[in-house]
Design a protein around this ligand. Sequence first.
Ligand code: TRP
Length: 453
Amino acid sequence: MSDRGTWGSRVGFVLAGAGSAVGLGNIWGFPTRVGENGGAAFVLVYLVCVIFICLPIMIAELAIGRRTQSDPVGAYAKLRPGTRWWMAGGLGVAAGFGVLSFYSVVAGWALAYIWFSASGAVSGDAVESATFFTDFTSHAPSSLFFTFVMLAATAGIILGGIRAGIERVSKLLMPVLAILLVVLAWHASTLPGAAEGLAYYLKPDFSKMMSFGALNAALGQAFFSLSLGLGTMLVYGSYLTKREGIAKSAIMVVALDTSLALLAGFVIFPSGFSIPGFDPTSTGPGLIFMVLPRLFATLPGGQFFGAAFFILLALAALTSAISLLEVPVAHFIDSHGWSRKRAVVIVTTATFALAVPSALAMGASSFFSDLPGIGMDFQSLMITVWNDFALPIGGLITAIFVGYVWRIDSALEELLAEQAWFPNPKLWGWMVRYACPLAIFVIIFMNIRSMIV
Ligand code: TRP
């Protein structure tokens, strides 16, 4: 336990929590998945998942974290010593590796696009910007290089003990990102085709029934964007003082994170539909990298705005990557007594090894770009396994643990400490015991069923 304080000086929870939550999930993941899954109906389902499933689970994760003050494995072991509950934390540690492995690849793209935008290398021509992205990501040395740089920066920050510093910088810069998004959304709404984009984003088409695959994607995306289900929030719960109040802090992080995701949609869809022949369902993970250069090209000072945007995005990705790396690192320090340096070096090396196939999955390696017998590329496989299954299952386990093992009463003791504001404890208990686990179970079960049949 003694090495804990050193892996980052303490910062306020909302600062660290929002730094973790706001990242590629909002700006890259959300628009991509809205595009792939048909638009506005997906947005609605996403919001329902955020409010009714994720918020109660975030509160549960934070309560465990503040009570136990340890890594996920240690936390479960502390609350139920001598049982196998520690394995629930083990899933989180594994998911930390898994999510970070593909996360660092996309973060590398954002990093590279700082240079591409500033130098004007990527043009505003719609066809060219799509080809540019494909050429860049299918070139193994460059995609590996940028992945490596992002991972090394993440490791360096945790190792150098400058985490708190980075989070403070990002606290100052995130409002700038939000303002920039508002400006971009404003400008995008004036482009030809914008109305069609907004309709795609905002007008649900209920005549098309949503598939269980899309429901599951919305659920996974909500967990991913809110940094839930693998113990990040559990670890960050130890930053919460009893005074701050868990419910209030959780609501603030959820509101901030969700507003930024929604805002990103207001930028991407109007811009996308201004491109003739644009089809949001077919661009995949390159969506924002293909659409944004076009948007910047229509703006006066576009090179400057483009570079500024990708700097802010890379920084947001970095503060999220830190929180991902921290879960396995905290585990090896807390539960295995490793030194911080050893934990960071070994965990980062292992993550890079798993990142390599994801970095090669966009055409650089034909094997990883279309896995035989699986019908998807390696990166999409990682997103499916970790985001769509591991994170919601992690959340399901958290809910069951708090609802039936640690029990609602003990959790409420933590949640209501020092007369903290906590609206409707009964409803929260009911959600954690019944509604959340049932909803997650049904969505995942039905999706698996639909994949098999
Ligand atoms: N939420 C971050 C994003 O939106 C990514 C992230 C950080 C994350 N920590 C996490 C995702 C823990 C899942 C679990 O970019």
